[in-house]
Design a protein around this ligand. Sequence first.
Ligand code: NAP
Ligand code: GDP
Length: 336
Amino acid sequence: MSTNKVILVTGGTGLVGKAIEKVVQSEKRADETWIFISSKDADLWYSDCKIRKYIHAFPFFLVTMVQPKKIFEKHHPTHVIHLAAMVGGLFHNMGHNLDFLRKNIHINDNVLQISFETGIEKVVSCLSTCIFPDKTTYPIDETMVHNGPPHPSNFGYSYAKRLIDIQNKAYHQQHGSMFTSVVPCNVFGPYDNYNLESSHVVPGLIRKLHDIIKRDGDTFTVMGTGKPLRQFIYSLDLARLFLWVLREYDEVEPIILSVDEKSEVSIKKLAEEIAKAYDFKGEIVLDTTKADGQYKKTASNAKLRKYLPDFEFTPFATAIKESVEWYKANYNNARN
Ligand code: NAP
Ligand code: GDP
């Protein structure tokens, strides 16, 4: 075991990566060096058919540029936090199940196999509570990941993510590797994806209301019945938990990183909280012609609470307010 850790964060420029970067900067440790990479540093979706395409178009140049292994050889990481993924909300998933499946399978296989080949001590990858079985008992826990088919709206993303857990166990069984995973609930915060085509519900609704207010509109339309229930975690809370997992958690089995069950809220309540943060006095209208997705995914954080009984999550209203304030201040540079 090395004493000085070099931690490579794939997907380091996204919502979760930026939050980890902020927490790491606020409590620097002398024995840790952090490297945050994006797809511009290395396209981790690197498959044989893609290489063939590149060879055809750019015979000498891109073939070496895109090789994900080069980024590992450049930084010599000892640890990896693997966040890079094709990520999107309900509506993006519904239209792109094949892309979610293929891209994420390739990205994950590349990162895990390169981590193995380069002797990485520990990899922490990211699953999601939305990959759990659709027909299930509640609350859902870590033992139930593979218990039945996921919700049909996001089966591509779900099966690709579930395979990370399978691979972690296989690397451990065959090679003794310490590759593990975390299972966050719905994440939101600064540096989110606000593109209405692909965003999750929190950044989607923030963006929508922001634009409505800009054009003096008085009707905030929310997709679906507003009834589905979700657990939402503030990205900065998730980042603190990620650091704990990297430093302290030593099981291959996944661990759910979620707010408590009692903190679950409806989509309607979420819309009201965003409206409050914007001081919006207009009407909230539910467009019931749009999909609701899975009604709920209530996950138990009992395993996390066993390890960290006193962990305090940022109150939902505070986290939403901070996220709205960040968006207002960063509108021009945000991922719109
Ligand atoms: P995000 O904001 O969309 O960021 C995705 C990151 O992955 C970006 O840094 C992106 O780099 C990188 N990436 C995408 N395709 C890549 C590729 N082909 N090669 C290399 N890098 C690539 O996503 P996020 O919300 O932070 O998600 C981080 C992790 O948390 C993901 O594994 C996701 O599945 C998981 N998760 C998210 C949520 C949620 O609600 N957001 C919930 C549960 C789990 P570029 O910017 O350069 O494209
Ligand atoms: P999920 O939690 O994995 O289902 O993904 P999302 O973060 O996309 O949340 C989907 C839920 O929010 C569904 O019940 C949608 O009907 C509802 N919703 C309401 N308005 C929006 C919106 O503007 N964007 C998205 N992505 N979902 C919305």
